[in-house]
Design a protein around this ligand. Sequence first.
Ligand SMILES: *[C@@H]1O[C@H](CO)[C@@H](O)[C@H](O)[C@H]1NC(C)=O
Ligand SMILES: *[C@@H]1O[C@H](CO)[C@@H](O)[C@H](O)[C@H]1NC(C)=O
Ligand SMILES: *[C@@H]1O[C@H](CO)[C@@H](O)[C@H](O)[C@H]1NC(C)=O
Length: 687
Amino acid sequence: MAAHLRFWWGHLALLAVLISGANAAVYTAVPQSTAVLKGSTVIIPCSFSGLSGSDVVVWAGPPNFRTIATGRTVFKSYRRHRVVGDVSRGEFNLEIRRVTLEDGGGYRCTASSADASDDATVTVIDPMPGPPELTGGEYPVTAGSELMLRCRSRGGHPVPTLSWYNGTHLQKSTNVKLDVDGGRVSANLAISRLEKWDNGVNMTCVADQGFPKLVQPRAASRTIRVNYPPSVLVPEPSVHIIEGASANLTCAVDSNPSAIVSWRRHGDPLPLKGIESGQSFLLSKVSRHDAGVYQCTADNSVSPPGYGTVTLDVLYPPWIDPAMDEKVTVLNAQDDFTLECLAEGKPKPTVKWRRKDTSLYWENPLRFHRVRYDVQGTYECIAISQGFKEVKRQTFIDVVGKPHIRGSASTTATVARGGAIRLVCDVVADPLPNRVKWVLRNNQGIEEDLSSVDEDVEIIETKSDQEMSSSITVKNVGSDREGTYLCKGTNMFGTSHREIQVDLTAASPQPMTIIVVSVLAVVVLVAMLTLSFIIAVRKGWICDQKFSDPAGTPRTTRPMPPAPKYAKKTRTGTNDSGVEDLMELQELDGTLKPRPPPRADKEWTSVGLSYPGLVHSSSLPPYSTVERDRPDGEDTRPPSRIIEEDWQAVMEPPVPPPKDGARRLLRKDIARLDVVDERQPGSCEIF
Ligand SMILES: *[C@@H]1O[C@H](CO)[C@@H](O)[C@H](O)[C@H]1NC(C)=O
Ligand SMILES: *[C@@H]1O[C@H](CO)[C@@H](O)[C@H](O)[C@H]1NC(C)=O
Ligand SMILES: *[C@@H]1O[C@H](CO)[C@@H](O)[C@H](O)[C@H]1NC(C)=O
């Protein structure tokens, strides 16, 4: 009833203003929309000018613009409301104390004669009691799985808006689902597949009521924990360590939670001697046996485990097998002799051979196509690895074998009746014969040993390590000293000989000349023995070109004289006195074995060359057995030489080969034959 009355009063006042027309009231302050915290005091302004006595100012408000006050009078039911302000200045401000949520709504302030103004809205804010509630993601999640994060507001007025942030980035709204329910709002964020890099991401839900000046947005955060399997990165996949140093093998592991790293070596079931230290494996004193491929396994119970491999390369200096023989004995004329130097090291050493104190180098294995006496010497195996000092080891190659007489096997010479002749034999052998034996076989085939006991015969012998030279000078050569002169060298391996057929010419010597020249010959003979081979070769000592070698051309075969008529026995299948000698020895020993066919001489061509097909020295049998199987000697003599039956008679018992130290290196063969014919001094450069 009262409300109804008030309504009509209002309309009457308005009507009065409209009728009065000319003196209408005008707003000087219009009610403004405002937000206010619940419980606080708000004053909504409203003032006019030109109010007439008939004007009535009316306040209406929620709900539905009910009249709150007319003039300065507030209806009794509005205990917290007052109309305040200076009346003289037309102020009719509405004050509301201890604002409640019901006070929120539209307010209207009118005067009868004033035009109506816009309504003002008062928003009453009840702040949220706390940050939003978060559920989901409390525990670590395995990579690859999905995660639902739920954010729910705790109340407050007005209802907040919720938004999700990834770090500081607003999460796309497509992933966020909003849901209002009983004054509470929730926003669900679905992450379909968590990756390992989502580990540690700070996800934040922000609840905002929209009035930042009065109430701050509230936020709740969750740090996502993602468990992911180990992934292994090897920073140094190949480690090179010098033996004796320490090694640090490392596998860098990325995992959550942290993984345990264990190590093993490929193909090695045994526990390792190193120390596992975190992601590293430490070996304190690395030996060459520690080299290999090491595998690390990182396990954090999130499958699959992670693996990595580190190759450990252990470097060590070159090393030559100490079992390599310090001395190797090899038979003269043996074919294909090889000597291998077994060397190792890391990196793999290059191995070479060098003849000691020379700059002659050979590849390993050292190989000789055919062994000769001048092969004898000290050889050095040299192993070189990058980054290390070179290593050497010496081997002495001792060449033993049957005597070898230099020059062609047979030759001829002539001397004037009553003159003198000098013949020389150079013998190379190991062991050396005790002496060189000279034998004269006269034209009747009767043999006679020649010795210095005979005053017309002088034999001079010189010896060095592996070589000896014997010269015989025969004076007063008559028909009894005509025939074939043989020089023979014999050692335990057999006998070699050389034949010189001496023929007489008719000329008769002057006695004085013989004496003078003989004395002279002896003097020169002694001097000659001291002369070097070079002079000998150069001079050739040629006295009669019928039987001597062409100057300075060793090993030259010459036309052979006809076979002597005293030949008694011819052995078939042999064309080489060396072979015969060997036969004799074999027969003596009772160990005759089939012989290989004679073969042509080969040049010794090992210097600076290499040969494939390696044989280690240890595979060589001792020379005493090699000897019986050895191929024949290196001579390439004309065939059909006749060998006497009594070779056995001149054989000396075998003497053990000397095993003493290094011997002098021999020069290459130099054919040497000296024949002195005193009747023809003009044809001899020396006498
Ligand atoms: C968060 O943002 C980072 C970078 O923008 C992105 O890599 C990652 O996947 C995001 N994580 C989630 C859970 O959305
Ligand atoms: C997450 O981010 C929010 C807002 O950026 C920050 O207030 C909060 O401290 C962060 N939490 C963590 C654990 O870093
Ligand atoms: C081994 O190497 C790793 C990575 O280089 C390093 O972190 C670690 O400290 C090293 N360990 C030792 C004992 O040197």
